[in-house]
Ligand binder design. Structure first.
Ligand code: AN7
Length: 340
């Protein structure tokens, strides 16, 4: 499939002939989740955004933000990031042949994301502070220098990300509820915009990690903490729009503990064959813990791939079984576990 700007140009702020920086993002799988459906007593679908080129939904926003920046003559792009935006920025900046700069909280981004940003040649600044401080600082840098800010405060990001709602509408026709993790609150804003544009109003249920749940508390969190590093955010930039999406759709926002997140993370991997990153599992943890208002047909957005964060995966499961290179030793190990 072509990238999403080409697919949806009539509904995006681009014209034929504009420069398009793309990796053929979007068109991600929407798969049924039979075991999860059974557990919650509803028809549950998973939108696998980890199948995007850099492994997260950020590619949808980044193709638009970087294409628009190039159209405006930008030679450099910058963002603050908990990791996935940094990886996407780095890839699309490389594709565009412009400079990429990312500011990330030192020691708090998953290994895969760091490897991506560095491999794609972005300048990676490890801030001795959290994401919220990084976002404050990049806003100031972008105001003072000719460098385009591509965090989701940039509306082109929202425009690109709304296309995931189009794809769900095309695949299902209609749905009763959407469950989605909320960090900086750009994605829930984007889905709501996309659904409204195609005439749908599913109930929007946003889920935050309990240690980083400003929308649930109704006030910013100064020192957010969670195993789901992607959503370790205490003062979301799209606060009002996210609340509007949840209120006007008769949805809501709730918190899930790290334990609930990790349980859902393992359940998806072991029982549905879907490996997402911990932040993504917050959508399913939320559905399991809080329900979705009695909805019949529910879509959970799995925002990023599990391979992004191998450290958390390995810390969440049992280890390997060492074995001498002999047939009888292998048999003892695997037949001992029962084969038939
Ligand atoms: C996997 O990369 O904020 O509510 O800087 O990586 O739109 O912020 C990532 C966010 C959910 C939350 N799931 O989305 C960043 C960043 C994953 C994420 C979110 C993020 P928003």
């Amino acid at each position: 499939m072509p990238g999403l700007i080409e697919r949806y140009m009539d509904r995006l702020p681009f014209e034929p002939g504009d420069p398009i920086i793309t990796l053929d993002e979007g068109s991600t799988p929407l798969v049924q989740a039979p075991r999860l459906s059974e557990r919650v007593g509803a028809e549950v679908w998973l939108k696998l955004e980890g199948a995007n080129p850099t492994g997260s939904f950020k590619d949808r926003g980044m193709t638009c933000a970087v294409s628009a920046a190039v159209r405006d003559g930008a030679r450099a792009v910058i963002c603050a990031s908990t990791g996935n935006t940094a990886a996407a920025l780095a890839a699309y900046a490389a594709r565009a042949g412009i400079r990429g700069v990312v500011i990330v909280p030192e020691g708090k981004i998953a290994m895969g994301k760091l490897a991506q940003a560095l491999m794609h040649g972005a300048q990676v600044v490890a801030l001795q502070g959290n994401f919220d401080r990084a976002l404050e600082l990049v806003r100031k840098v972008a105001a003072r220098h000719p460098i385009a800010l591509v965090n989701s405060v940039n509306d082109f990001r929202i425009e690109g990300q709304k296309t995931a709602a189009y794809e769900i509408a095309e695949a299902l026709g209609d749905l009763d509820a959407l469950c989605i993790p909320v960090g900086n609150a750009g994605n829930i804003t984007a889905y709501w915009r996309g659904f409204r544009e195609v005439g749908l109003s599913p109930r929007m249920f946003g889920f935050q990690a309990a240690g980083a749940a400003p929308l649930v508390h109704g006030s910013p969190v100064a020192a957010p903490e969670t195993v789901a590093s992607a959503i370790r955010i205490g003062n979301p930039a799209r606060w009002e729009q996210a609340m509007d999406a949840m209120t006007s759709s008769r949805g809501g926002v709730d918190a899930v503990s790290d334990e609930q997140i990790l349980d859902a993370y393992r359940f998806l991997a072991r029982d549905e064959g879907v490996f997402c990153e911990p932040a993504s599992a917050a959508s399913v943890a939320g559905l399991l813990a809080h329900g979705a208002g009695g909805a019949q047909r529910v879509v959970c957005v799995l925002t990023g791939h599990g391979l992004k964060d191998p450290d958390t995966a390995l810390a969440s499961v049992g280890g390997v079984i060492p074995c001498a290179p002999e047939l009888d030793m292998i048999e003892r190990v695997i037949v001992g576990q029962g084969l038939s």
